[in-house]
Design a protein around this ligand. Sequence first.
Ligand SMILES: NC(=O)c1ccc[n+]([C@@H]2O[C@H](COP(=O)([O-])OP(=O)(O)OC[C@H]3O[C@@H](n4cnc5c(N)ncnc54)[C@H](OP(=O)(O)O)[C@@H]3O)[C@@H](O)[C@H]2O)c1
Length: 360
Amino acid sequence: MDEISRIFVVGATGAQGLPVVRGLVQDGRYRVLALTRDKNSARARALAQWDQVDFLEGTFADEAVLRAGMRACQGVFLNIDGFNTGEKTETYWAIRAYEIAIEEGVRFFVYGNLDYTLKQAGYRSMFRTGHYDGKGRMGEWILAQTRDNAGRMGSALFTTGPYMEMAFSAQTPMTPAVEEGVLTWRVPLGQGAVVHVALEDCGHYVRWLFDHRDRANGMDLAVGIEPVRYADLAAAFTQVTGHPARYVDTDLDSYFARFGGIAALPAGYNADPKDKSTMSFRDNFTGFWNTWKHEIITRDYALLDEIHPGRIKSAQDWICRHEQQAAASGGESLWQRVQPDTLPGRPILKLSEDHRRGIL
Ligand SMILES: NC(=O)c1ccc[n+]([C@@H]2O[C@H](COP(=O)([O-])OP(=O)(O)OC[C@H]3O[C@@H](n4cnc5c(N)ncnc54)[C@H](OP(=O)(O)O)[C@@H]3O)[C@@H](O)[C@H]2O)c1
């Protein structure tokens, strides 16, 4: 396949984008052109430490911006923020981004994807999750186009899932609280399991896709640590840190009551609340939790072991690594991080840092 030296990254300053960019540039193999709406944000400045990272300021919801970024690069990693756009607008820009990439001569296109849960669950509405289906439908569409456009541009899907980090961060669907000295997760998961993803491993996987384009072309690389049952997560936390933890299965009404007025707002902060297609936060995350509760999503862990033998293989492994790294660097332990005075200041998502604001 053709040589690729520079990759246009959409979503570079995000929770997922930061390790992806690091994985691409840290040994100097690739350069990155990072799209951001604000190159002076703290996260953009953190990326600017790499000599191999340049910035393009603008929005993905602008053809001229997409065109400029794609014309300057041979590779694309596209993670459209569905929590900005909402499902309907995400669909449009995913299609246009793919088409523009072909037109501008991009050689390899990696689409930041999520599972098409509605389809995987047999088209039953209780599993409809706008921020998953909005990507998953487009993932299938991109693979279908890839069969037609093989001579012009290769593509692959990078299908992820809820970051493990979100179970230890503020303003996420699985934010915990320390209740009378016990780290407590109250979520509507029943006996089900969340296929969490380690952000650290995303850098390795996306790098692998660009390094192995012949094999990766047409592939859906669907990643995960393991199916994480929250009673097991709590037990692992106690085993590694020595601090008490528990999981409390919670009904949907009690769960959403915690979010107050946010539950009725559109899941995508720039989606039109008057548009009947717009899913509310509550509807969207009802499908999300039903998906995990009924264990709709699976992974090929043998493939992941082959591609990334050193991958994080369990929630306990993730907690151990975090604690070891914190001890080595003098950083914060998980127990310190989850304390009520500390947790709100450590959002893993840029969206939370920006208080769900920003232009489309
Ligand atoms: N949360 C999870 O566990 C999870 C897991 C897998 C996939 N996802 C999906 O990943 C996407 C969000 O990425 P993230 O998890 O990295 O979230 P994040 O930390 O909130 O980052 C959002 C990213 O999107 C960029 N962005 C937002 N609107 C933009 C626009 N109009 N033009 C250009 N860039 C824009 C932001 O860049 P600037 O602010 O610098 O412009 C930032 O890089 C969502 O679609 C979500 O469904 C999330």
